[in-house]
Design a protein around this ligand. Structure first.
Ligand SMILES: *Cc1c(COP(=O)(O)O)cnc(C)c1O
Length: 242
């Protein structure tokens, strides 16, 4: 990828976002672009950062930490968007601002313990498996509210919203159903009036389905391929335990 290509791609994504917002009757300021930077070398991420894009998402904790140390900017906001192995939790707090992929109690407890140890709090999203695909992480939709209630009892973890990966399908309806479901869970979660939790953020939509996600209320799209090009590994490498 050349500098020019990455700059062009960022422009294209921005106009796709704006067009989708127009169709959805939404203010483009309501939707933020998170750069999904897995496998992308720090030099290429730097190009996007220099263009003014400061919201970064990494899947692998150590890969993210490495890039964090390489990037020449302290203006970035770092999100963890991939499956977290609990033995990596201590490294998360070295650089991450938000963990979007919170999906099980073991991780919640470890993250909270580590926050206690470091004497700090952290923002989190709850990842929901709206596609019901076994290959995807995330709490099952029908268990999400119960899980959210449990998580809200950990005072150092501040729930800011929900995250999902839409189903990989050429049928728009099926993809939209995933995003609709996340929105429904958001509404119900808001009605719980939990302490220590707001549900403003809906992190949904990627290179191929960001328009559908914006139509369904996304506040944060996570885009990798359409900005940085194809990745050397299939996504299953990042989305599965093995
Ligand atoms: C890789 C990844 C993305 C970006 O996907 P693209 O199709 O490359 O835009 C978004 N979210 C998560 C959780 C990812 O792992």
């Amino acid at each position: 990828m050349t500098i020019k290509e990455i700059q062009e791609n960022l422009k294209t994504i921005t106009s796709r976002m704006e067009e989708a917002c127009r169709q959805a009757n939404r203010d483009p300021k309501e939707v933020r672009l998170l750069l999904a930077t897995k496998t992308v070398p720090a030099e290429n991420v730097q190009i996007a950062v220099d263009e003014g894009y400061h919201l970064l998402g990494e899947n692998k904790i150590m890969e993210g930490l490495h890039k964090y140390n390489q990037l020449k900017s302290n203006m970035c906001e770092w999100h963890i968007i991939g499956h977290v192995q609990t033995n990596k939790v201590k490294h998360i707090l070295k650089y991450a601002d938000v963990v979007q992929s919170v999906d099980r109690m073991k991780l919640v407890r470890k993250l909270h313990n580590r926050c206690n140890f470091d004497d700090r709090d952290i923002d989190i999203f709850i990842q929901v498996n709206t596609s019901y695909e076994e290959s995807k992480f995330g709490v099952a939709p029908e268990k999400a509210l119960e899980f959210i209630k449990q998580v809200s009892e950990f005072p150092r973890l501040h729930i800011k919203g929900l995250m999902t990966i839409g189903i990989l399908s050429s049928k728009d309806d099926k993809v939209r159903d995933c995003f609709k479901l996340l929105k429904e869970i958001q509404q119900k979660a808001m009605e719980l009036n939990l302490p220590n939790a707001s549900f403003d953020e809906l992190s949904m939509g990627m290179s191929n389905d960001l328009e559908l996600a914006i139509l369904e209320g996304s506040t944060m799209i996570r885009v990798g391929t359409a900005i940085f090009g194809e990745r050397p590994y299939p996504d299953s490498y990042y989305w599965n335990e093995n």
